[in-house]
Design a protein around this ligand. Structure first.
Ligand SMILES: [Zn+2]
Length: 215
């Protein structure tokens, strides 16, 4: 069970859960879609502004005070919350379309890169320069409307600073979560050994057993 061994999980009403396993906020954002590799099973964990605020607090993008203020904003004005989460989801899908090929050793498509480029430029247009050298950008996250921009800046930092050979996709056939493998010998294959690792091992064991008994 998730959470039973001290793991930090974000619970959802349907019994599902989110985790911060990406080793990077931008990858944790990509992982707010569950079961990506099975089209009729896909679950989007960011259906509305309130869920985006809740996830942002869980992922450490905002603190408790900001979470309280942003929640009040999206409650008072659900339309603006919807607009925010729509931008967040668009960024997330653009990022995923570029990162997934990298994670499985392919080249991203040119038009996917162009779409992501637009999001990255938008983020910098709407952010301020916080320090000149080293050059740092931020919105200060003063309103929930800053959330898509801040996540765009985070996506830029991922692409600029991280090693593409360390970006992996969980090897489970259904999961699809991405992570940065920071293990010393670059050997991580599961989003979580306790979930996907165990499930896949159990399935392989069953398949071996079934194949053995029919032979
Ligand atoms: Zn997984």
């Amino acid at each position: 069970m998730p959470g039973s061994s001290g793991r930090r999980v974000l619970r959802f009403a349907d019994g599902g859960w989110g985790e911060s396993i990406g080793n990077h906020v931008a990858l944790d954002l990509v992982n707010t879609v569950a079961w990506r590799l099975v089209p009729d099973r896909v679950v989007d964990r960011l259906p509305d502004g309130a869920s985006a605020v809740r996830w942002a607090r869980f992922a450490g993008v905002i603190d408790d005070r900001q979470a309280a203020e942003f929640s009040a904003e999206v409650t008072a004005d659900p339309t603006s919350g919807d607009a925010v989460v729509k931008q967040v989801r668009a960024l997330r899908e653009r990022l995923y379309s570029v990162l997934r090929p990298i994670a499985i050793g392919d080249e991203p498509r040119g038009d996917d890169i162009d779409a992501l480029r637009d999001s990255l430029i938008d983020a910098h247009r709407d952010a301020q320069v916080i320090t000149v050298m080293p050059l740092r950008w931020s919105t200060g996250l003063r309103t929930v409307r800053n959330l898509p921009v801040e996540l765009g800046l985070s996506a830029w930092r991922l692409l600029e600073l991280e090693d593409p050979l360390r970006i992996r996709q969980c090897q489970d056939a259904a999961c699809g979560w991405l992570f940065l493998d920071r293990s010393k010998n670059a050997s991580r294959v599961w989003c979580s050994s306790a979930d996907c690792g165990n499930r896949t091992r159990a399935r392989r064991h069953y398949q071996r057993h079934a194949a053995g008994s029919s032979a």
